[in-house]
Ligand binder design. Sequence first.
Ligand code: HEC
Length: 212
Amino acid sequence: MRSIFNSRIQRPQGVSQTLVVSVIYLLLGTAVVDADDTQQYDAEFTATGELVRPSGWREWIFVGSPLTPNAQNGGEAPFPEFHTVYIDPESWEHYKDTGEFRNGTMFAKELTLVGDTAATSGIGYFNGEQQGFEIAHKDTERYSADSDGWAYYTFGHKPEPYNDTTAAMPIAACAACHTAAAAEDMVFTQYYTILRDAKAAGDDAAGIGGKE
Ligand code: HEC
């Protein structure tokens, strides 16, 4: 900091000190704002190639909340929880603009147990406790064409805290079902109204909630 000011003191003749100080504040201010605003959503890996659990996914873009309750699956649903699905904000912008999932796209899926089954609004399914966290990540350079360039990670089918890092799941365990049944580029867009409405719609995307 001191060195910046010192170097500016040897300014050309005719440039007022106020102007120099203003410019310095402007530059410093911009740098600070950039550091806060420019969040990166690129996946991070450990030295052994495990994916690091991203932080802040509950502030990503919500795309859907499928539910496969035990009550409708003979008590044996593989995932009896609400599945709350989010896309990282950078990939959401890209999808709105292009209608495609960019390399680097991450979907987060958090599982939430069914809690109460009755409320003043009626009989139904209400959120209980968190019960698991998964990521789908697209990178056609990193992952095999056998899974269309996607990999699937589970950070635990259990209450928080979720695992911090995890290895990609075998293709047969996750990707195969996505290949067989997902509507668009391994993603189950048939269940995500928000994504379908936003596809290549740019800033007019209905998914952004009636924003003018
Ligand atoms: C038997 C089929 C099947 C298998 C196996 C499967 N999934 Fe999925 N997955 C789905 C369906 C259907 C959806 C969308 C609706 C939902 O959440 O139920 C989905 C959605 C997802 C999503 C949200 C993004 C998207 O692609 O729609 C993630 C993340 C995900 N799965 C991760 C995994 C992981 C991790 C595994 C392996 C542990 C896995 N899945 C195994 C069927 C499957």
